[in-house]
Design a protein around this ligand. Structure first.
Ligand SMILES: [Zn+2]
Length: 105
């Protein structure tokens, strides 16, 4: 049982890639897999979307390890937004938008 899921945990990077590829959008407690269908064929190839979908299917099994990684990423993203808002309120909105954009990529 343990070994079946281990390949998804060789590194956190795969789940991280999936999170980014889904733009961090979570629906019904899982990453929004429909985001993966929005990529152009070239982008989908570069991102290895079939692999990402495999990982996504694995995350929907309720794997606590993946959930922890995704929740961690979500907290980091939320925290960064808060910091951007609080850190330099007089810095102008353009810079904050740029910063959020660079995080979203
Ligand atoms: Zn997992």
């Amino acid at each position: 049982m343990q070994n079946e899921t281990d390949e998804f945990h060789d590194s956190d990077v795969d789940v991280f890639d999936l999170y980014n590829a889904c733009n961090g959008i979570i629906r019904g407690g899982f990453l929004d897999v429909k985001e993966l269908d929005k990529y152009s064929p070239d982008d989908a190839k570069a991102l290895n979307v079939p692999r990402l979908k495999e990982i996504w299917e694995h995350t929907t099994t309720g794997c606590p390890q993946c959930r922890e990684i995704i929740e961690g990423l979500h907290v980091v993203r939320g925290a960064v937004h808060d910091v951007a808002d609080i850190e330099d309120p007089d810095d102008g909105p353009a810079r904050d938008v740029d910063r959020i954009k660079s995080i979203s990529k």
